[in-house]
Design a binder for this molecule. Structure first.
Ligand SMILES: Nc1ncnc2c1ncn2[C@@H]1O[C@H](COP(=O)(O)OP(=O)(O)OP(=O)(O)O)[C@@H](O)[C@H]1O
Ligand SMILES: [Mg+2]
Length: 273
């Protein structure tokens, strides 16, 4: 999708109105989502277990479409994308790192998984190699390239899965709990990478349960409540400063998080280039 097309100027990248989703026509996962996401925003999605974060990311990725409501993404009806219409084009622009890396990794080696997207794009062998080398290096996963994904540890799988999306160099990157299972050094690398991708103008939507990383990677926070509707949509500072909201959304617990929020809010000062 060309960034300068009139359609892109008229409407947000993602436009959702009254979106509901039921799995198998039964299990309610989203219950009336109104949301606009604009090009270049870095959004963090917060919500308790089962609030619908992964479901929403799968919908932004065009894998599933609303049971009810209106949704367009990159100027296309998401129902058409989910039905396979022009899906190849869509997935050049939008990449999702799944919460469960086992869904992402299906090839005989990590390298093959990371090369899969670029090969689909029809790039030259040299460019595929360059993209894979860069994506693997970004995730400190170069040494894993020849390993079989199913033999890896949980954190190693996560790194390989993230590399397999980075190698596509999508404009929109959806990350479902990307730091879960990562050791501190790899987590720090990834947070820096997310920040740099944001500074380069990419659109990023990240889910997490780790409140301390939110100010580092977001300029906007959307909170989904346990009723599976949007409870708040504001700056990281205002969301993280609202203790009652965080307790209501089951993002902190009054007996577990006492006095920790100021520390979280000041973590933005941690960046050093
Ligand atoms: N494949 C599925 N089939 C049926 N119900 C599902 C399926 N996947 C998710 N759900 C249900 O949909 C609701 C939203 O799930 P979702 O995975 O989107 O939550 P989440 O916010 O990502 O939670 P978590 O923090 O645990 O990852 C939950 O009630 C869940 O049980
Ligand atoms: Mg989830």
């Amino acid at each position: 999708m060309n960034a300068s097309t009139p359609l892109q100027e008229q409407e947000p990248l993602f436009y959702l109105r009254g979106v509901r989703y039921r799995y198998n026509g039964r299990q309610l996962a989203l219950d009336g989502i109104d949301l606009d996401i604009h090009r270049g925003e870095q959004v963090v999605l917060l919500g308790a277990n089962g609030s619908g974060k992964s479901t929403l990311l799968k919908m932004l990725d065009g894998i599933i479409s609303p049971s009810q409501g209106t949704m367009r993404a990159l100027g296309q009806e998401i129902r058409a994308v989910a039905a396979g219409e022009d899906a190849f084009h869509f997935h050049r622009e939008v990449g999702l790192v799944f919460q469960d890396p086992d869904i992402q990794l299906f090839s005989a080696t990590v390298f093959d998984d990371v090369a899969f997207g670029p090969l689909q794009l029809g790039l030259s062998a040299q460019e595929v190699k360059e993209r894979c080398a860069e994506a693997l290096a970004n995730m400190e996963a170069t040494h894993l390239a020849k390993r079989a994904p199913f033999e890896l540890s949980g954190g190693e799988k996560k790194r390989a899965a993230i590399a397999s999306v980075l190698s596509l160099r999508p404009e929109v990157i959806l990350l479902d709990e990307p730091t879960a299972a990562l050791d501190p050094r790899t987590k720090w690398l990834l947070l820096n990478l997310i920040r740099k991708l944001g500074e380069a103008g990419k659109t990023l939507v990240t889910t997490t349960h780790e409140l301390e990383i939110v100010p580092l990677i977001a300029n906007r926070v959307v909170v989904i409540g346990e009723e599976r509707r949007i409870l708040a949509d504001d700056t990281p500072e205002r969301i993280l400063g609202n203790r009652d909201l965080l307790i209501q959304a089951n993002l902190i617990h009054e007996n577990l998080h006492q006095g920790g929020l100021n520390q979280i809010l000041s973590s933005k000062t941690a960046w050093q280039d």
